[in-house]
Design a protein around this ligand. Sequence first.
Ligand code: ZN
Length: 386
Amino acid sequence: MIKVLKNAKIFSPKYLGKKDILILKDKIALIDEEVDFKTSSMEIKVFDVTGKIILPGFIDSHVHISGGGGEGGFSSRTPEINLSQLIRAGITTVVGCLGTDGITRSLENLFAKAKALEEEGLTTFMYTGSYAVPPLTITGSIVKDLVLIDKVIGVGEIAISDHRSTQPTLDEIKKVVSSARLGGLLSNKAGVVNFHVGSGEAGINYLFEIAKNTEIPIVNLYPTHMNRNRNLLFQGIEFAKMGGFFDLTTSYSTKEGKDRTVGFLRECFENKVIDNVTLTSDGQGSLPKFGSSGSFMGLKIGEVSSLYEIVREVVNNGYIPLEEAIKTITLNPSKVLKLKSKGQIKKNFDADLVIINEDLEIESVMSRGEFLMFEKSLVKSGTFEQ
Ligand code: ZN
């Protein structure tokens, strides 16, 4: 019931120095120079993490947890995710979404998968809707889904500027966003709309329109795949300077795609908008390739492991310090999604922790106070009893 991690180099994401962390049940109860447990008569498990670095559990707010894809016909539907894939990637909080296929995939199935992962030890949420507008819902309305279904924290991914979208008008998008906002207010949730942004020239023009010309706050708008091209990156930086958040997708189908993402993230840091940028993996989503005439050329599957890989890459290359880079998968998504006890190593926050070594490799993962992945060298003395 009580665990103590001793001599941890803590990045909260801010570097806190070398400290001990006391975990009581599923919460961080204390962070101190030296946690003194000699007065306690309870059984305490002590883990010596000297030389290790501790990060907040990662938040991935765009994963096709129940599978996705299908742009190349039925045989190109992608499989659902396994718990172990998420844990190995350091992800302790995940938001599931549907995607292109809102016909053979259902929100009910997505809900069940989110519940299953939660039962297995993670923290999970979901977006209602799919690519299409008007969006799919479970109860018949976006507002009702948000208010009545605990797992639903927003709408998405709604496709804009893409040949796979329903070519929604600005007014249609405004209605989706206003419903999400109202549902979010009534249920005290983020009520955010996650936009799949395609390669169309308009990019996120709709979102600028809404931010500038309606009363809806910019934080209800959350565009993803903004590393698709340079035009979108520029739009994203402008959007961030207005106070909005935007997201870069870490799954890539080519080396060029990976290098572009690393370079764009570096530019976000240099443009001082890193606090308004998140990374998501698009895990289990399809990464289809289309020819110039729109013909389907082939497909790869997004991987959740790419989420932290990009962070590691920018840090190892010296482009962004660890305490800044790690925000994009911890603190920043917790702000977008209004997750009050996630994304930081802080007293009374959930004990979601990722332990990495000096080479920044993931070794152990704790979710809600339980180790889901465990490096045996951590055990110092088994249990400590007074
Ligand atoms: Zn997408």
